[in-house]
Design a protein around this ligand. Structure first.
Ligand SMILES: Cc1ncc(C[n+]2csc(CCOP(=O)(O)OP(=O)(O)O)c2C)c(N)n1
Length: 628
């Protein structure tokens, strides 16, 4: 680790006040080196965190955390905040099961006001905190730090709407770097770019205002008439100012890498009455050339060589994400009605090639999952075949839209849920832990889970001819296919496939859990216990015939899924066995009724008892008539 003499003197934000600006700049460099070295080892959200180092220093100099409440939107940019709030030791093991979370966590520090991870929540949280403060008659500041990407989310607009109405004292720091994960999109983003590209605009605005105030009016009109005339003149000469029109004062634009300048504006905001937004300009990846050159690639990444920025992750096979992207392009070539939608995750969902090859059929809606789903419904009503690709965890945002706007009308929309199941180091906010339950409960929805990338290809092609909504969920990374040929194999609708025979028990596995089942089968076979393995393929409709056939031929069925047990595949099998009055024993493996922490996936599988060794152990015991 690099020497960090200044950072070593900081045990909490109060210590920052001892440093002069030259020292603060050196401190910023030290923080950057720790962030780069740590993320290079542990992976993480590098570029967002590098972009806000000076901003974080300035915030912690002006405000007294934890009395003043600082709310980080998404929270992926909170590394400097963690380092300045007494967590240097834990930060060294960032995102490991025994180290710091990659996001703010209340359990970790009183300086983390809320648990974050999903976007566009900070202004709502902050407004709630401001209301609570006023109701209790307390006096402290509430600060929301929100990115221009997060500002594209509906919740951010909803919160601004109420903040402008209530006029509570509330400070919104808009961290504008022009980027979401990829380049930011949308009309709000264009508006911010206009402000950003034209710093003179702000000065002109002030000059015009002053000029108008001094316009002499002849005759003796009433004050009200003069005021109304001047307002109209201002509106004519100054392009409408969104935030001020909403009742939120606007201050900007300030260079987010100039601690002194940011501090000055923050002090101004701290003294203001009512909601105020400070527009801060930052550069994503600041100070680390590979991240500055390629901020989207360095937004969030696995371990890399800090000297070159080159990834250390070995990739021999195309991931599920790559396969989805490639197959979708093949499908778009033969199906002109196919359109693709992402909610600010073009790279993450593998849609970059599609966007390049079919720009008119690709839509990035911003961080707006709810809108993405209803937009797809509209496109389906208009005769198109939309494919909406959203991470499993983020599609939770749009459960009502899935039910009301898609399933209720049985519209042919294909949903691809990437990062399904446990994702590992990003932890509880990002695990795709609930999808099988929330999708299973929706009438008309078909739900598939491929065991490997080739099966994903087959399922995508199969989904194209479904008459109603279909969801295909798959995990991060690669499965066992090393190569994925373009030609699909047929998938029988609603049918699973037995891929290993065995007379003692049958393991019914969903998606990547098929590999776990096969591994468990090998362990048991070594002990003379032979188990069959079913690749369920369809979680809904369930292959009831197959399940009942297996139940009739085995003493024990075990279901394996990497989604919560409540309402999941296993519960579906239990209900079926009960309905059919089957006497077959059943054991369900899946995610528990608690939030799973962060750490490597195999480690978490072990902790939660869904790895091959745990499955083999429980199956062995149950066959012997012992309790699980
Ligand atoms: C609801 C939701 N959808 C998608 C994401 C994935 N995501 C994480 S950060 C991010 C971009 C945020 O951009 P911005 O707020 O401008 O912050 P920056 O990374 O540029 O600092 C996205 C899309 C998320 N965290 N939450």
């Amino acid at each position: 680790m690099s020497d960090t003499p200044l950072l070593d003197t900081i045990s909490g934000p109060g210590d920052l006040k001892e440093l002069d600006y030259e020292e603060l700049n050196r401190l910023a460099e030290e923080i950057r080196s720790v962030i780069v070295e740590t993320t290079a080892r542990c992976g993480g959200h590098l570029a967002p965190s590098l972009g806000v180092v000076e901003l974080t220093i300035a915030i912690h100099r002006v405000f007294q955390s934890p009395q003043d409440r600082i709310v980080w939107d998404v929270g992926h940019q909170s590394y400097a905040h963690k380092l300045l709030t007494g967590r240097k030791e834990e930060f060294i093991r960032l995102r490991c099961h025994d180290g710091c979370s990659g996001f703010p966590r209340r359990e970790e520090s009183p300086h983390d006001v809320n648990n974050a991870g999903h976007s566009s929540t900070s202004i709502s949280y902050a407004l709630g905190l401001a209301i609570a403060r006023d109701l209790k008659g307390e006096e402290h500041h509430v600060v929301a730090v929100v990115g221009d990407g997060a500002l594209t989310g509906g919740m951010a607009f909803e919160a601004l709407n109420q903040a402008g109405h209530l006029r509570k004292n509330l400070i919104i720091v808009l961290n504008d770097n022009g980027m979401s994960i990829s380049r930011n999109v949308g009309a709000m983003s264009t508006y911010l770019t206009q402000l950003r590209l034209n710093p003179r605009y702000m000065r002109v605005k002030d000059e015009v205002k002053e000029l108008i105030e001094n316009v002499p009016i002849v005759g003796a009109p009433t004050d009200r008439i003069i005021h109304s005339f001047k307002e109209r003149l201002k509106n004519f000469l100054i392009p409408e100012f969104i935030f001020e029109e909403l009742g939120i004062q606007y201050v900007g634009i300030v260079d987010g890498h100039d601690v002194q300048a940011v501090e000055r504006d923050l002090r101004l905001a701290a003294a203001a009455e009512g909601p105020i937004l400070i527009h801060v300009l930052t550069s994503k990846g600041k100070g680390y050339p590979p991240a500055e050159r390629d901020p989207d690639l360095f937004h969030g990444l696995g371990p890399f060589d800090p000297a070159t920025g080159k990834s250390l992750e070995e990739r021999q096979a195309p991931s599920f994400t790559d396969t989805f992207g490639r197959v979708l392009c093949d499908m778009a070539r033969v199906e002109p009605r196919l359109v693709a939608i992402t909610a600010a995750m073009k790279l993450g969902t593998g849609l970059d090639d599609f966007a390049r090859l079919f720009p008119r059929r690709f839509f990035d809606v911003g961080i707006a999952e709810q809108h993405a789903v209803t937009l797809a419904a509209g496109l389906a009503l208009g005769g198109y075949r939309p494919v909406v690709s959203i991470y499993s965890t983020f599609l939770q945002r749009a459960i009502d839209q899935l039910i009301q706007e898609v399933c209720l009308q049985n519209l042919p929309v294909i949903f691809t849920l990437d990062r399904a199941g446990l994702v590992g180091e990003d932890g509880p906010t990002h695990h795709g832990a609930f999808d099988l339950s929330y999708l299973r409960m929706m009438p008309n929805m078909s739900v598939m889970a491929p065991r490997d990338q080739e099966e994903l290809r087959d399922m995508l092609w199969a989904a194209l001819v479904f008459a109603g909504p279909v969801a295909i969920r798959y995990p991060r990374g690669a499965g066992r296919s090393l190569v994925v040929e373009p030609e699909p194999r047929p998938i029988a609708s609603g049918k699973g496939v037995v891929i290993r025979e065995g007379g003692d028990a049958a393991l019914l596995a969903v998606g990547r859990m098929v590999d776990v089942a096969l591994e468990a089968a090998e362990i048991l076979s070594g002990e003379g216990i032979e188990v069959a393995v079913l690749d369920a393929r369809f979680v809904k409709p369930m292959d009831e015939e197959m399940v009942m056939d297996l139940a009739s031929r085995h003493r024990l069925l075990a279901t394996l899924e990497d989604s919560v047990l409540t309402g999941g595949f296993g519960e579906g099998v239990a209900a079926l066995l009960e309905r059919m009055d089957s006497s077959c024993m059943l054991v369900n493996f899946g995610l528990p009724d608690h939030f799973v922490g962060h750490g490597k996936v195999p480690y978490l599988f072990g902790v939660e008892g869904i790895d091959a060794a745990s499955v083999a152990r429980v199956v062995r015991r149950r066959l012997r008539g012992e309790a699980g």
